[in-house]
Design a protein around this ligand. Sequence first.
Ligand code: NAD
Ligand code: DAU
Length: 356
Amino acid sequence: METNRRILVTGGCGFIGANFVRLLLAHQPDWRVINLDKLTYAGNLQNLEGVVEGEQYRFVKADICDASAMEALFVEEQIDLVAHFAAESHVDRSITGPAAFIQTNIVGTFTLLEAARKAWLSDTWKGNDPRFLHISTDEVYGSLGDTGMFTETTPFDPRSPYSASKASSDHLVNAYLHTYDLPVLITNCSNNYGPYQFPEKLIPLVFHNSTTGKELPIYGDGKYVRDWLYVKDHCEAIVEVLIKGKIGQSYNIGGNNEKQNLEVVTLICDTLDKKIGLPVSGAPRRELITFVKDRLGHDRRYAIDASFIREQLGWEPKVTFEEGIEKTVDWYLANQDWVGSVIDGTYLKYYEKMYG
Ligand code: NAD
Ligand code: DAU
C-alpha cells in the first residue's frame, strides 16, 4: 500500500487524540499514522484497543520534550503532517501542580516546533508540503460575561496555569510562522465530550459517580457556562483544517451549545434514570448533586463563534447536545470496564485530595 501522507499524532492515547486516530484509520486509509504518547495518567493504550500496528499505524512511547527522539522520528518517518494534541489538559490539576503544564505544554510544544523546523526547513527536505497543526483551547481567550462570543481576533487573556500554558504555546507556534515561515495552523476549541474521556472531567466524572452512588460535586453555584462539542465533530473539524486550512490561520471550533453545569449534570442523571432505572435508594440520581467549594479563578463563561470555520471550510457540528449525551451515556454504560481499567491508585489519591 502506498501511503501519501505521514502524520505524527501526539497525545493519540488521550481522549481527543484516540478518537482522532480512530477517525483517521477509518477515513484516511492512505495516510500512515504515527501516534506518539508518553502514556501519562491520562494516556491509556486501552483507548486504542483493537487498533493494530502495521503499515497504516505505529505507536511510539516517548515524551514530546525529548528533543533528540523528536528529531530522529521526523527523519525516520519522514513526517509531513503533525496534529499536536499532547498536553496536560486538566484545569484543576494545573492549579494544584502547574509545573507539568509548563513543561509539556510550553517546552514540549517548543521541542516539537524545533524538530519540525529542522526537518522541513532543511535543504534536504524532499517530502510533501508539510503542515503543523497545534490543537489549542478557547480558554486562551479568558472568561466572558453574560453576552458575547470568542472570535479568532479576541485578545488572549488566559487565567489559569493551564490556559496560560496553552496561550504560551499558541504564541510560540505563531512565532515560528512569522520568524521561520514554518507552515503552522492552530485550532481553538470549546469543551469536548464523548467516548474515552478520562473520568476527572465533568461529564465522565458525573457518569461514574452517579452509577456508583457517589456525590456529584458541583463547583460554586453551578451556573458556570461551557460550550459543549461532541468529540467526533471536533476530530472532523481538525481533518478539514489539516487538509484545507490556510497556513498561518487560527480556527475557532465550537458546538454552539452553551449549557450551565447544572443543566449538564441533571441531563446526565435523568438520562441514566430513564435508561437503567432509579438506583436502589429509589431517589433520582440528581439528588446526588452536592455543591462544593469553587475552583480557584473559575472562568464564568466560554462561548465560541464558529462562523469563520463554517464560512471558510464548510465545517459545522452535526451532533446536538441531547444526541451527544445519549451516545456518550450509551458508550459509558457499554464500557464500564474501561473506566475501571484507566483509574489507578494515583487517580484515587487525586480524587480523595480534590473531593475528600
Ligand atoms: P488528555 O489529557 O485526555 O490527553 C493528553 C494526552 O497527551 C495523553 O494521552 C497523555 O499521555 C499525552 N501526553 C501528556 N504529556 C505528554 C508528553 N510530555 N509527551 C507525550 N505525550 C504526552 O487531553 P484531551 O482532552 O484529549 O486534549 C487533547 C488536546 O486538546 C490538548 O492539547 C488540549 O489542550 C486540547 N483541548 C482539549 C479540549 C477538551 O475539552 N478536552 C478542548 C479544547 C482543546
Ligand atoms: O474549554 C476547553 C477546555 O475544556 C479544555 O481546554 C480543557 O482541556 C478541558 O479540560 C475543559 O476544561 P474545563 O475546566 O471547562 O472542563 P471540566 O470538565 O474540568 O469542567 C467543566 C465545568 O464543570 C467547569 O465549569 C468546572 C465544573 N466542574 C468540574 C468538575 C471536574 C464541577 O462543577 N465539578 C467537577 O467535579
